[in-house]
Design a protein around this ligand. Structure first.
Ligand code: HEC
Ligand code: HEC
Length: 242
C-alpha cells in the first residue's frame, strides 16, 4: 500500500484537534440555543452522531477516512439492515471497528444506533440484482486469474502495485482487515480514492459473487500464517469474526 493506517489515523486526529481549536475565534455574541451543551445521550441528529463517532475512520461528505466510506450508496444497497445494525452495535472482533452500543461498552443508546442505521439505509442506491453482502470462502487459485482480469490493470502484476494504485498484498495491511472488509471494498469500491466498484472494472461485465469471493481468497492467501492476526478470520454473515 502507498499509505499506512497509523499515519492516516494520526493525521486525522491532528486535523480533528486543529478543527476543535479553531472554535476559539468564533465571533462573540449571544449563544444560540443549538450551542447549549447537551448530554451525549440527547444527541439525535445523524450528522452530529456520525461526525462524532464514525467519520474519523470512515470519512463523510467532506473527508476521506482510512477505512471504506459507509455512506457509499452502492455499498449501502448491498449490506442488509440487520447486519449493519449488528456491526455498529457490536463492532467487529479482531479489527479496529469498535462496538458502539452501551451494552458493549460503547457510548450510544439503542435509539442513537437506530438513528445511524435508519439514516444510512435511506442513502442506499435503488438497484437490484446485486451480489450478496457475504459469501462462503472462495478459491484462491482461481482468484489469481480473477485478479489478472479485473484488478492487475491498476494494482499491477501479482498485486505488487501499479501506476494507478498501490500494492494490495502487503501482509501487514491484510492483517488489519477481514475478508468481509475486502469483499465490501471490491463490491462498493472506494470511489473517494478513485477505486471503481465491481460493476466497473471491466466495462459491461460485472464480477460475479463467486469471482469476488475468489479474489478475496487470493488476497487473503498473502497473510503470513505464522503471524497471529484475528482479522485473518472470515467474519460470519452476522458480522462478527469466527
Ligand atoms: C481503476 C483502478 C482500480 C481497479 C481496477 C481496482 N482498484 Fe483497488 N484501488 C484503487 C485505488 C486508486 C485504491 C486506493 C488506494 C491505492 O492507491 O492503492 C484502491 C484500493 C484498494 C484496496 C485497499 C482498500 C482499503 O483502503 O482498505 C484493496 C484491497 C483493493 N483496492 C483491491 C482491489 C481488487 C481486489 C480489485 C479487483 C477486483 C481492484 N482493487 C481493482 C484502484 C483500483
Ligand atoms: C477507530 C476506527 C473506527 C471507527 C471510529 C468506526 N469504525 Fe467502522 N470500521 C472500522 C474498520 C477498521 C472496519 C473494518 C473491519 C474489518 O476489517 O472487517 C470497520 C467496519 C465497519 C463496517 C463494515 C464494513 C464492511 O466490511 O462491510 C461498518 C458498516 C462500519 N464500520 C460502520 C461504522 C459506523 C456507523 C461507525 C460510527 C458509529 C464506525 N464504523 C466507527 C473502523 C472504525
Amino acid at each position: 500500500m502507498n499509505f499506512s493506517w497509523p499515519s492516516i489515523l494520526l493525521s486525522a486526529g491532528v486535523s480533528a484537534g486543529l478543527f476543535a481549536m479553531s472554535g476559539c475565534d468564533q465571533l462573540p455574541g449571544k449563544p444560540k440555543e443549538s450551542d447549549r451543551w447537551q448530554p451525549p445521550e440527547a444527541i439525535k441528529d445523524f450528522k452530529t452522531l456520525f461526525g462524532a463517532n464514525c467519520s474519523a475512520c470512515h470519512g463523510d461528505d467532506t473527508s476521506i477516512g482510512p477505512s471504506i466510506s459507509v455512506q457509499n450508496p452502492l455499498y449501502l444497497a448491498v449490506i442488509p439492515k440487520d447486519i449493519l445494525r449488528k456491526i455498529i452495535a457490536d463492532g467487529i472482533k479482531g479489527t479496529p471497528m469498535p462496538g458502539f452500543a452501551k451494552a458493549n461498552g460503547g457510548d450510544l443508546t439503542d435509539e442513537q444506533v437506530d438513528i445511524l442505521v435508519n439514516d444510512l439505509t435511506s442513502k442506499a442506491a435503488q438497484q437490484t440484482n446485486l451480489p450478496p453482502y457475504s459469501a462462503a470462502p472462495g478459491d484462491a487459485n482461481h482468484g489469481s486469474e480473477v485478479y489478472n482480469q479485473y484488478c492487475a490493470n491498476c494494482h499491477g502484476q501479482a498485486g505488487q502495485g501499479g501506476e494507478k494504485a498501490g500494492a494490495v498484498v502487503n501482509p501487514d495491511y491484510l492483517h488489519l482487515v477481514s475478508d468481509q472488509y475486502l469483499r465490501s471494498v471490491v463490491i462498493g469500491g472506494r470511489p473517494e480514492l478513485g477505486m471503481w466498484n465491481y460493476q466497473e472494472f471491466v466495462k459491461g461485465h460485472p464480477m460475479s459473487s463467486q469471482e469476488i469471493a475468489d479474489v478475496v481468497a487470493w488476497l487473503g492467501s498473502h497473510r503470513l500464517t505464522n503471524q497471529e492476526g484475528n482479522a485473518a478470520a472470515s467474519p460470519t454473515a452476522n458480522g462478527s469474526s469466527q
